[in-house]
Design a protein around this ligand. Structure first.
Ligand code: HEC
Length: 239
């Protein structure tokens, strides 16, 4: 039974692969922009705006692992010898781990050749200088704003409402009490609060950490500081 399924799957893949060259020329950029939502949590199209992954601005003809402002490339990507063009990007997006084993992009790939062609048609234009669509369009239908989980959806933490700005944090037994600048206090089980930093343009002001809901259940949050040195000084102990 399993073998039959395997044969059918392989046959399907073969048909798609056979059809691929026909699609390669005729990607639909509008459809591709929607597919890019799968990338936008980790990749921006603005120059040097790096998130989990490097900015994809000016991607064509770039050496893999070659964006100087991105400090987190894997050795696998940097030493791959790949230069990004229509062909290498198609292979990469089909199956990143197969194309460059050991790279750190946690994305399984897009098996549908048509979808890849659409995505590449979009990217080829949108990665050119000055052609990136507005950030809100890039985020598409991802859960935007404060509920955003991916980097692409994080709000700018310098312009927050008082209710999202942390005034003080105290720790008592297994509980953090978080008071925001609107005067409200909320208790969190200590395992449900995470402390993070963002020293970049979207990060909070120094000494004024932000609180951002995390997860779907409403019981968790991230507190984001401007720098790691702020964290323990901000938290008082006592009940
Ligand atoms: C979960 C986060 C994540 C998602 C989703 C993701 N990527 Fe990536 N991507 C990364 C990371 C991290 C790297 C760097 C990998 C390394 O150094 O090994 C990367 C690297 C790349 C590179 C190489 C860039 C360079 O400068 O060499 C390209 C191209 C790329 N991604 C395109 C895409 C596209 C297109 C999508 C959507 C189909 C996508 N990625 C989805 C995280 C992600």
């Amino acid at each position: 039974m399993a073998d039959i399924v395997k044969i059918v799957v392989q046959a399907t893949i073969a048909v798609i692969a056979f059809a691929a060259p026909a699609f390669a020329q005729s990607g639909d950029a509008a459809r591709g922009q929607r597919i890019f939502r799968a990338c936008a949590a980790c990749h921006s199209l603005e120059p040097n705006r790096n998130m989990t992954g490097p900015s994809l601005a000016e991607l064509w003809d770039r050496k893999a692992g070659g964006l100087a402002s991105f400090p987190r490339y894997s050795t696998a990507l940097k030493s791959s010898g790949v230069t990004w063009d229509d062909k290498s990007l198609d292979a990469w997006l089909t199956d990143p781990q197969h194309f460059i084993p050991g790279n750190q992009m946690t994305f399984p790939g897009i098996k549908d050749a048509r979808q890849r062609a659409d995505l590449l048609a979009f990217l080829k234009d949108a990665t050119q200088p000055g052609h990136a669509p507005a950030a809100s369009a890039q985020q598409g239908n991802q859960m935007g704003g404060m509920m955003g989980m991916g980097g692409g959806a994080v709000p700018n933490l310098k312009t927050l409402d008082p209710k999202d700005r942390v005034q003080s944090i105290s720790h008592c037994r297994d509980t953090y009490r978080v008071t925001t600048t609107d005067g409200k206090t909320r208790d969190f089980w200590e395992r449900n609060l995470r402390f993070k930093t963002d020293g970049g343009d979207d990060g909070p002001q120094k000494g004024s950490p932000a609180i951002v809901p995390a997860g779907m259940m409403g019981d968790r949050a991230d507190i984001i500081f401007a720098a790691p040195g702020e964290i323990s000084g901000f938290i008082s102990s006592g009940c």
